[in-house]
Ligand binder design. Structure first.
Ligand code: NAD
Length: 485
């Protein structure tokens, strides 16, 4: 892998690389540039040079390039899906089918969506009434060079969700993908070149967050920072950018609750909650990890949920019948496993999953970091299993009695990313949704995304929102111009 600066693939100035080894096979998967401050300086200078012409280009010119990027990426969908699956650090990670159906199509759509959005945007204009002869209008100007940092769990999907709006609104950027999943970002640079994106508009530097990531957000010529990742790193970035008064958007972790009321359709809620708990091995920030079920439905819900969970297939990501691939790394596997010990010592019962049934895997997968979907009951809300983001295929189910109690308990964590509510009462759906402290509430569904709607978290789940309108506001400076006539 090489850095992509000013439209060229270049080695890191230090010549150092990070070995990305497949722990399952011991085979070297990729050598990722271990970039440092000097590479960031080069990349930011390149983005700064490109800014003057890109920010002056017409919306049509920008939309045309972005549509070409989308078309080329789409024509290489199968290749990118395979690379994305292989790159989840173990060669055995995200199922290929998931990358084919979700990750790569969404990356394509991110470019199309913002290309369309700039073509359809209009600006605000007001006349003061009465005798005044003043016309006010808002001129939106791009901010400058954007620093974009993304995590490993949905590598290309989340990286393009930042690059697309940044460049659509006339900024140039330097992006830093996760050091664990850099391959598809590097391949995307080929697409940029093929689509004739002017050199320097998008630059990508690879390496460790604590080194190259922090240098990027600190760089004085980076005017705006958009970060998706853990709450701990988000807090660190807030501290780093504070003295520079940069605009910062933080999309952070979650500990998302599902509230299943006694009147809910039990089969539908079980089916969807199993999906929302275990999709992408539970490694999606929006995954459900706490399920509160009204007491009258609790026993039935748990029995059906466990039965359905046991049907999930953990295994070869290349097999289309696989539901869960491997976790991203050994370190992460250890972290997830630790929470099973905590659940047991906190008096919990493991209904299925880790330690209950052995995972039956073909020989070639024996060394992979597979973790069975695990269901826990009987833990208190204050257990760290219920409070911390585990980010793996582990879910806790707890009973509740009243609506008020359910809301209070759902809100009783430091996070506020999303929640789901399961009920057939329309009034309850509105009432509960309004009271939940979460950036998105899905009622009787999960992860249905309309990119026009604000996306982001409350409390420790983040700062700011992303959507057509929110991203426009974030990636541009609004200027009011008042003219006397
Ligand atoms: P992470 O915070 O460890 O890393 C995210 C990115 O930040 C990586 O590219 C990393 O190299 C970089 N980084 C690390 N330290 C840095 C520093 N000091 N300065 C600048 N950059 C730095 O997160 P992760 O483990 O890659 O991803 C999982 C986390 O991301 C989970 O907490 C998950 O909930 C969260 N996430 C949130 C959303 C959302 O939309 N809210 C989406 C996906 C993932």
């Amino acid at each position: 892998i090489k850095n992509y600066i000013n439209g060229q693939f270049v080695s890191p100035i230090s010549g150092d690389y990070i070995d990305s080894i497949s722990p399952a096979t011991g085979v070297l998967n990729a050598k990722v540039p271990c970039s440092d401050k000097h590479d960031v300086d080069e990349a930011v200078s390149s983005a700064k040079r490109a800014f003057s012409s890109w920010s002056e280009s017409s919306t049509k010119e920008r939309a045309d390039v972005m549509n070409r990027i989308a078309d080329i990426l789409e024509s290489r969908l199968t290749e990118f899906a395979r690379l994305e699956s292989e790159d989840q650090a173990t060669l055995l990670g995200k199922p290929v089918l998931l990358a084919t159906k979700i990750d790569i199509p969404r990356a394509v759509y991110n470019f199309r969506f913002f290309a369309l959005s700039i073509l359809n945007g209009t600006e605000e204009c007001t006349h003061l009434t009465g005798a005044s002869q003043h016309l006010n209008y808002v001129h939106r100007m791009p901010v400058g060079v954007a620093g974009l940092i993304s995590p490993w769990n949905l590598p290309l999907y989340l990286l393009t969700w930042k690059i697309a709006p940044a460049i659509a609104f006339g900024n140039t950027c330097v992006a830093k993908p996760s050091e664990l999943t850099s391959v598809t970002a590097w391949k995307l640079c080929e697409v940029f070149t093929a689509a004739k994106l002017p050199p320097g508009v998008v630059n990508i530097v690879f390496g460790y967050g604590t080194e190259v990531g922090e240098e990027l957000v600190r760089h004085p010529d980076v005017s705006v920072v958009s970060f998706t990742g853990s709450t701990m790193v988000g807090q660190r970035i807030s501290q780093v950018v504070a003295p520079y008064c940069k605009a910062v958007s933080l999309e952070l972790g979650g500990k998302n609750a599902a509230l299943v009321f006694g009147d809910a359709d039990v089969n539908e809620s079980v089916e969807c909650c199993v999906r929302s708990s275990f999709a992408n091995q539970g490694e999606v920030c929006l995954c459900t990890s706490r399920i509160y079920v009204q007491s009258n439905l609790y026993e039935e819900f748990v029995a059906k949920f466990v039965e359905r969970t046991k049907l999930l297939r953990v295994g070869d990501p290349e097999d289309n019948s696989t539901d869960l691939g491997a976790l991203v790394s050994k370190q992460h596997w250890e972290k997830v496993r630790k929470y099973i010990d905590i659940a047991i010592s906190d008096g919990g019962t493991i209904k299925c999953g880790y330690g209950v049934e052995p995972l039956e895997l073909p020989h070639k997968l024996k060394g992979g970091f597979f973790f069975p979907p695990t269901v826990i009951t009987g833990v208190d809300d204050m257990s760290s299993c219920v409070q911390d983001e585990i980010f793996g295929p582990v879910v806790c189910i707890m009973p509740f009695d009243t609506e008020q109690e359910a809301i209070k308990r759902a809100n009783n964590v430091k996070y506020g990313l999303c929640a789901t509510v399961w009920t057939t009462h329309l009034e309850r759906a509105h009432r509960v949704s309004k009271k939940l402290e979460a950036g998105t509430v899905w009622v009787n569904c999960w992860m249905v995304r309309d990119l026009r709607m604000p996306f982001g978290g409350m409390k420790h789940s983040g700062l700011g929102r992303e959507s057509a309108k929110d991203s426009l506001e974030f990636f541009t400076e609004a200027k009011t111009i008042c003219i006397k006539y």
